[in-house]
Structures are given as C-alpha cells and as structure tokens.
Design a protein around this ligand. Structure first.
Ligand code: CAA
Length: 385
C-alpha cells in the first residue's frame, strides 16, 4: 500500500506576546505558578489585523511551493475560533495563496481535535488519489476571560501541513485508537466570544480520554509503548503533557522518561495554547529540536478535543527528513518578537467588533505578508503586502 502522510510542516506565530511573569506581577502572584506549575513562559497575541485566516495563510505560504499548488485539490481548515458561522475561513486563505479554483475547501470543528480529524481525512483522500495533495491547516486564537484561572493558558498560532503520497517527513500509520464521550469540560455557545471551562474537570477528562484512546489503539493491534522514539501530546499548557506522559508510562508499566517529551514542548512553552494547532506545534518542535536522528523511528501522537473526542496514533519519521524542516525560520519567528506591557496586552485583547456593520480600519501591526485590513458592512477584507 502507498505510504501517505506529512510531506512538509510549518507554523506561524505573530510578533507580539505577553510574558507570563508580566501577568503574574499584575495579578500579584508567584511567577513560578506559571513557569513551573503550568509550564508556560509566554502568551502569543494577535494584533487587530491578525486572525485565524492571516495566521493560517502565513503558515501555509511557507510550504505551498508552485510545484505543489497545482496538485492541491483540497484545503482542510481546522479551527474552533472561526470568524464566520457559515463561510469557511479556508476560502480566504485559498484566495490569499492563489490556489487553483479546481479545489474543495472545508472548515472542520471539534475543539482542539479538529486538526487531527483533518489530517486523517486528508490521508484517506490521498490514499484514494495518490497523485493529489491536501493542504491541512490548523489555526486558532485561544482566548479566555481576563482575570480567570484559564487566562494564563491563552495563546495563538497556525500550523500548515502538506499531505501527500510518499511523504518526505512522516508516514501517518493507519492504526489509531479513538475515544468519544459527551461531556461539558470546555465549550463556547454561539453568543459568547470566550469559552466556558470547567478547568480541573477538563484535565481529568483529558487523562481519561488518553487511557481510552490508548486502550483502543492497543486493541487495534498498535505498536508497543517502548517502540516509540518520542511522544507529542495536545498541549493546552506543557504541564498537561507531563501529566499525560506520566499516566501513559504508568499504564504501560514503563519508566517515566521526560526525555521522550521534552523536545516536543519547547515551542509550545513560548506560544501558549493554540487549540487545534497545539499538537502539531509540538510535532514541529520535536522534529526541529531533537538532536538524535529519528529516521525510520515511530513517534506517538495524542490529540484531545474537549467535549470530548480523542485519538492516539503514530507517525514514522522518513529518512532525509532533516533537510525538509524549516527549523531556522521557526526559531527566528519565536526569537524575533516584541513583549507587550500588561496595558498593551489588555488593549490588544479587546478585538474590534463592529456588529452594526459600520466600517472599521485595522491599524497596521502584523509582521507577516497577510493582513486583515478592514471590516465593512459585516465583511472582512484581507490583503497581501
Ligand atoms: N510554584 C509552582 N507551582 C505552583 C505554584 C507556585 N508558586 N502555585 C501553584 N502551582 C501549581 C499548582 O500546584 C498546580 O499544580 P498541579 O496541577 O500539579 O496540582 C498548578 O500550578 C496549577 O495551579 P492551580 O491548581 O491553582 O490551578 P489554576 O486555578 O491556576 O487552573 C487550570 C489551572 C485548571 C489548568 C486553568 O488554567 C484552566 O482552566 N485552563 C483552561 C482549561 C485547560 O487548558 N484544560 C486542559 C485540559 S482540556 C484541553 O486540553 C482542551 C483545551 O485545549 C482547552
């Protein structure tokens, strides 16, 4: 059977962030609660001319070379912070990237799980049509109420992946284990801008879903825990990944080796939660930061979306993968950023929202090539620099 999987992966984060030490100072609490307790350093913040569309277009532009564009017949856009209840955000990205019109574009939602749903659907499509490619983009802005316990776990970012036959980075293996359970741990009714979250309950359910997914994975004839060279988890905050790996190691009566997860947490610690993109940011982090050569080795991936749907699956790293990474680009995106004061962060948090249809021009603050220029008559307008 033809191998299918990820041929290229790239992410994008905006240039602004608030340090969690700044947030802790404002809140009058010990900054170690954030650096050690939840394992996060920074919250990436979009400016008013950035949203899930511009973040996605920036991430995807890096991997959509001319030779690929003609073969892309499907764009799958995964998000839970979409900008319209009807029109798919990916259509704006399709236009910004000048992709062929002979293409289907769909938005997928299931909390933070939708990126994995998109990846699995893309692999299925390419298995049937091996001469085609699918552009999978996971893009989210994670925003909680100011002064709520979840505020420190905000963030934003987008990850784009090109899914193809005979991929040069990662083969996605067909065996996977799933777990679905109807729960209210995190949700956002249509009339709300920020989610409602039962934080402690959500962390318990995440770990339960990990057990359920692993059990199913094992029953489907999956690989042994000890075969995995690395593990990447959905990371709402990196301490969640630490707890997840402790649990999975214990289920498998294996040593809890933090070295198996650390490379996959480096980027997420500096970005914060980016919901559907978080697992794939962890994957990019692991590939970019792992010293040892992973060629031919399987890695374990765990995806969790509140509500709740979860999946454990594996990817086999392909020989020569290191030449296909955008390591230097990714590192410079994270290093070349501007810290916000608490006051500037609060101003940026309040996104303009002209619900009466009046015109609103966005100040030019994005560092990338794509911007949300204005909203007029309820329509969002984007432009490339
Ligand atoms: N030094 C070191 N550690 C400290 C500390 C200090 N001074 N002060 C506190 N801590 C530790 C605590 O001991 C605690 O550690 P444990 O969890 O190991 O006990 C940790 O810091 C967090 O502190 P609190 O227990 O006081 O928790 P909190 O009130 O800050 O809330 C939270 C934490 C529930 C995760 C909250 O941030 C939240 O609701 N986040 C959003 C929901 C979320 O991310 N859930 C994850 C699972 S759901 C999911 O994955 C989907 C998704 O993306 C949303």
């Amino acid at each position: 059977m033809t191998k299918v999987g990820i041929d290229k992966i790239s992410f994008y984060v905006p240039k602004h962030y608030i340090a969690l030490s700044t947030l802790a100072e404002k809140q009058g609490i010990d900054p170690e609660k954030y650096s050690r307790g939840i394992g996060q350093n920074k919250i990436a913040m979009p400016s008013h001319d950035e949203d899930v569309v511009t973040l996605a277009a920036e991430a995807a532009a890096k991997i959509v070379a001319e030779e690929d564009a003609a073969k892309i017949d499907t764009v799958l856009f995964a998000t839970e912070s979409g900008i319209d209840q009807s029109k798919a955000a990916g259509v704006y990205v399709h236009e910004l990237l000048k992709l062929p019109q002979r293409c289907r574009v769909v938005e997928l939602k299931h909390a933070c799980y939708s990126g994995t749903a998109a990846l699995q659907l893309a692999c299925g499509h390419v298995t049937r049509k091996p001469d085609r490619k699918v552009l999978v983009i996971a893009s989210d802005v994670s925003r909680y109420d100011l002064a709520s316990p979840a505020e420190a776990t905000q963030g934003c970012g987008a990850v784009a992946m090109l899914v193809s036959a005979n991929p040069r980075l990662l083969e996605i293996e067909a065996t996977s284990g799933c777990h679905t359970e109807d729960i209210m741990d995190f949700w956002r009714p249509n009339y709300r801008k920020t989610p409602l979250v039962d934080g402690k309950f959500s962390t318990i359910k995440y770990l339960n879903a990990l057990s359920g997914s692993w059990e199913d994975y094992a029953q489907q004839g999956g690989r042994d825990f000890n075969e995995m060279a690395q593990f990447c988890y959905h990371l709402p905050f990196t301490m969640m990944g630490v707890k997840a790996h402790r649990k999975l190691s214990s289920i498998n009566k294996a040593q809890n080796d933090q070295g198996l997860i650390e490379p996959g947490m480096i980027y997420n610690r500096e970005v914060g939660n980016c919901y559907a993109a978080s697992l794939y940011l962890s994957l990019a982090s692991m590939l970019d930061n792992m010293d040892a050569d992973l060629s031919g080795r399987p890695v374990g991936l765990f995806s969790y979306g509140s509500g709740a749907v979860a999946e454990f699956f594996t990817a086999v790293v392909q020989p020569g993968y290191r030449d296909r990474l955008f390591r230097e680009h990714h590192r410079s995106l994270l290093e070349d950023r501007t810290a916000l004061s608490y006051e500037d962060y609060e101003a940026m948090w309040h996104t303009p929202d002209p619900q009466d249809g009046t015109s609103h021009i966005m100040p030019n603050a994005a560092r990338g090539q794509f911007r949300l220029t204005h909203i007029d008559e309820h329509k969002r307008h984007y432009a490339a620099a």
